[in-house]
Design a protein around this ligand. Structure first.
Ligand SMILES: NC(=O)c1ccc[n+]([C@@H]2O[C@H](COP(=O)([O-])OP(=O)(O)OC[C@H]3O[C@@H](n4cnc5c(N)ncnc54)[C@H](O)[C@@H]3O)[C@@H](O)[C@H]2O)c1
Length: 417
């Protein structure tokens, strides 16, 4: 098997420094690494991974390798791959197939190379590996015991496959664990989206009107941090309960076409397509900034934006200017790909510590139990969720109370009083 397909192996020392930096800030994953080194749960196991290939992910790959796995990895988005990190992993003997800025075809070729390892366990982010294993690369699915999915959009795709009776093996919805979505989607996306936008634009947020489209777990984080930065926040939703939640959280709620007229910065984070399209672009003020934080680059309709523009040019790294016939300019960040990874380093290490601890424990769980689980989407076992929270609290030096036996009995009883 070809060992790696990367931009430049000489970049490895810089990538190693990045991985070492995040490792220090990932105490939960460090505990799991030590456990894996002792028990070698993945001895002889081949793991295929496709996740945004930056330092935290790289450390997850190393933890699985420390547990005995043979690991092959690619990115899950052409713009989120960091070439120095990919090189550092390749230098450690991990099969890496990814480079920053891969074309659509190269991106798929990299996924296929990863699958050529003939995986026992799949770790996916957005569902592209699993999709290939059910279509073009079906013959490589024979030994798959199961896998884990990282994000909301991937879980949606898996559930659609399950409903059609198409899913060939069990997949754990890591995204749906409490230690994932409550922290990664909310605090992780909330912080890293703004880190990406501020670093890319070098512009002020305070006083601006920020429109957040989608008030799910990610949208709540993005809106909360926008308010903290001093922005006026508008939320657009299609779910009446979530719209009401946004309203009572203190935000203005309105239809997206109305919001298009007042916003200065727009952030889509829905997992849906065409959330902002020409009918919105036509109403926007001069100089607005558009960014997407949802998994795929379909939330802002780029062909429609290009279609109504008379010219377009790159005005700064990761900022493309589209000029409309009347001279108004619209700025699109990171090609409409998820801005925190395409134009930033992704979530803080302390957050991914929890998500990737869940990934590592879920990968072990699926390897040890996958043969007993039905093909379909499964929840992370609650004891794993709880264990991640316990190790995290302990790493933070935080102690909490325990239920007394009487309290436990009371909570389990149906008798009053
Ligand atoms: N950028 C990141 O690092 C990151 C991290 C985690 C998840 N994600 C991705 O972000 C997206 C959202 O994830 P989530 O966990 O918040 O999902 P979620 O399901 O909790 O929330 C999505 C929200 O968007 C709303 N929505 C859907 N279509 C809409 C439309 N057309 N207009 C307005 N609102 C609409 C839904 O009603 C829902 O409330 C997914 O694609 C997910 O994979 C990105």
């Amino acid at each position: 098997m070809q060992e790696y397909l990367i931009r430049d192996i000489n970049l490895a020392p810089g990538g190693r420094l990045k991985i070492d930096w995040v490792r220090v800030h990932m105490p939960v994953l460090n505990v799991i690494r030590e456990e894996f080194e002792r028990t070698r749960p993945f001895a002889g196991v081949r793991v295929a991974m496709s996740i945004h290939l930056e330092a935290k992910t790289a450390y997850l790959a190393e933890v699985l390798k420390a547990g005995g796995a043979e690991v092959a990895i690619s990115g899950s988005n052409p713009l989120s791959t960091q070439d120095d990190v990919a090189a550092a992993l390749a230098a450690e003997g991990i099969h890496v197939y990814a480079w920053h800025g891969a074309t659509g075809e190269e991106y798929v070729e990299h996924l296929v190379k990863v699958l050529e390892i003939r995986p026992h366990v799949v770790i996916d982010d957005g569902g592209d590996l699993v999709h290939l294993l059910h279509t073009r690369c079906r013959e490589l699915a024979g030994e798959v015991v199961g896998g884990c999915e990282e994000t909301t959009t991937g879980v949606f795709r898996l559930k659609a496959m399950e409903q059609e009776g198409r899913l060939l093996f069990p997949m754990i919805a890591v995204n749906d664990a409490r230690c994932k979505f409550l922290f990664d989607n909310r605090y992780g996306t909330g912080e890293s989206v703004w880190a990406g936008i501020m670093r890319t634009t070098n512009l002020l947020v305070a006083g601006k009107t920020v429109v957040v489209v989608g008030y799910g777990w990610c949208g709540k984080g993005v809106a909360m941090r926008a308010a903290g930065l001093g922005a006026k926040v508008v939320v657009c939703e299609v779910d009446p309960v979530r719209a009401l939640e946004a309203y009572m959280d203190g935000y203005l709620v309105m239809k997206s076409e109305q919001a298009a007229e007042v916003g200065d910065i727009f952030i889509t984070v829905t997992g849906c397509r065409d959330v902002l399209r020409s009918r919105h672009f036509r109403r926007m003020k001069d100089g607005v900034i558009l960014a997407n934080a949802g998994h795929f680059d379909v939330e802002i309709n780029k062909p429609e934006l290009a279609g109504i523009a008379v010219s377009r040019r790159l005005v700064r790294q990761n900022i493309e200017e589209f000029t409309l016939p009347d001279g108004r300019r619209i700025y699109l960040l990171g090609e409409g790909r998820l801005v925190n990874l395409a134009a930033g380093d992704g979530h803080p290490a302390e957050i991914m510590d929890m998500s990737f601890a869940l990934q590592a424990l879920s990968a072990r769980y699926i390897w040890e139990n996958g043969n007993c689980l039905k093909p379909g989407v499964h929840l992370v076992p609650p004891e794993l969720d709880r264990r991640v929270a316990e190790i995290k609290l302990s790493s933070l030096g935080v102690e909490i109370d325990q239920l007394t036996p009487d309290q436990k009995a009371y909570l389990q009883s149906w008798q009053a009083g």
